[in-house]
Design a protein around this ligand. Structure first.
Ligand code: PBG
Length: 344
């Protein structure tokens, strides 16, 4: 009387709640957990974003502790260190001096600009690395927008014309993958055609397919000094409230010739990563953006989170959500942890 009816005694008189399935059996020690693990993060999944500038010194980025604007010399050193840890794919973001910024963003296709020079340096030193380049006008725009501005509007088709010149310029300098982050309609097809007409049929397109108008890009805009001069980016980047819209973008990008599809930001948009993964057989990339990085750094500086644990969990969650590729400012650090501790 008063006894829990579910509690029984087994033949050895031990407490027993009879049941067949016991999911904990597959978690009983690290070896068992390793055997049944569904998703594993490896350095070859990473794309490491690097900020570069024209100076011959490095400059800390206050809102992104641990990241800096690299001189070209320091960039090459950072590439080498990451490369030796198995991170062999990079994406370059230039901080451009104000005097080179114009509404048409013409510096974006200067063959002697900082991105082409950086590309040539990396590809000469590490021929089997993959160097990706961002295609969008914002680092080069005196308006701080991704496209050409007229009467307060971001012009779609005029911008595409500029983006095609930018992508071809990057391809000529050795870019392996161009990554349009501008969100203009029809740019993937136009860039594909422009690259192909110049003989760059082997240059890949990693499209920022579902790029949201996000508040998480703040620290990146500090790094590039590229905050929008007026308004916001909501007429071209997606509304954070919308999920189905990402499927429209994904279908268009795939039809226009994208080789890989990206979702951005990462953590708050894991559902979008999963939806694109289920909708498309193309490789899916997740961008763990600057604001996500800054949040983790800030909490860890306060001692409120354990940095290694929280970062490796986050990166693993991207893979579980469906990401094949992860762009993260933690790429080199995570590769170091993986080297020390083994695969997570
Ligand atoms: C710009 C671009 C942005 C990022 C990558 N490319 C910022 C923006 O759209 O304003 C953000 C990356 C990050 O926050 O880490 N085309």
């Amino acid at each position: 009387a008063g006894e829990n009816a579910a509690l029984k005694r087994n033949n050895n008189d031990q407490v027993w709640v009879p049941q067949r399935a016991r999911p904990r059996r597959n978690r009983k020690n690290a070896t068992m957990r390793g055997m049944v693990r569904e998703n594993i993060v490896t350095p070859s999944n990473f794309i490491y974003p690097l900020f570069i500038h024209e100076e011959n010194y490095n400059q800390a980025i206050e809102s992104m502790p641990g990241c800096e604007r690299h001189s070209l010399e320091s960039m090459l050193k950072e590439v080498g260190e990451a490369y030796n840890l198995g991170v062999k794919t990079f994406v370059l973001f230039p901080k451009v001096p104000d005097e080179l910024k114009t509404n048409l963003g013409v510096e974006a296709y200067n063959p002697e600009g900082i991105v082409p020079r950086a590309l040539r340096l990396i590809k000469a030193a590490y021929p089997d690395s993959i160097v990706c380049t961002d295609v969008a006008l914002d680092p080069y725009s005196d308006q701080g927008h991704d496209g050409v501005v007229e009467n307060g509007k971001i012009l779609n088709d005029v911008t595409i014309n500029q983006l095609c010149k930018q992508a071809v310029c990057q391809a000529r300098a050795g870019s392996d993958v161009v990554a349009p982050s501008d969100m203009m309609d029809g740019r993937v097809k136009a860039i594909r055609d422009a690259l192909d007409s110049e003989g760059f049929t082997d240059v890949s397109i990693l499209s920022y397919t579902a790029k949201y108008a996000s508040a998480y890009y703040g620290p990146f805009r500090d790094a590039l000094d590229s905050h929008p001069g007026f308004g916001d980016k909501k007429t071209y980047q997606q509304d954070p409230a919308n999920g189905r819209e990402a499927l429209i973008e994904a279908a268009l990008d795939a039809a226009e010739g994208a080789d890989m599809l990206m979702v951005k930001p990462g953590m708050p948009y894991l559902d979008i990563i999963r939806r694109l993964k289920d909708a498309s057989p193309l490789p899916i990339a997740a961008y763990h953006v600057s604001g996500e990085y800054a949040m983790i750094k800030a909490a860890c500086e306060k001692g409120w989170l354990n940095e290694k644990d929280v970062v490796m969990e986050t990166l693993t969650c991207f893979k579980r959500a469906g990401a094949d590729i992860i762009l993260t400012y933690y790429a080199k650090q995570a590769a170091q942890w993986i080297e020390q501790d083994g695969l997570y």
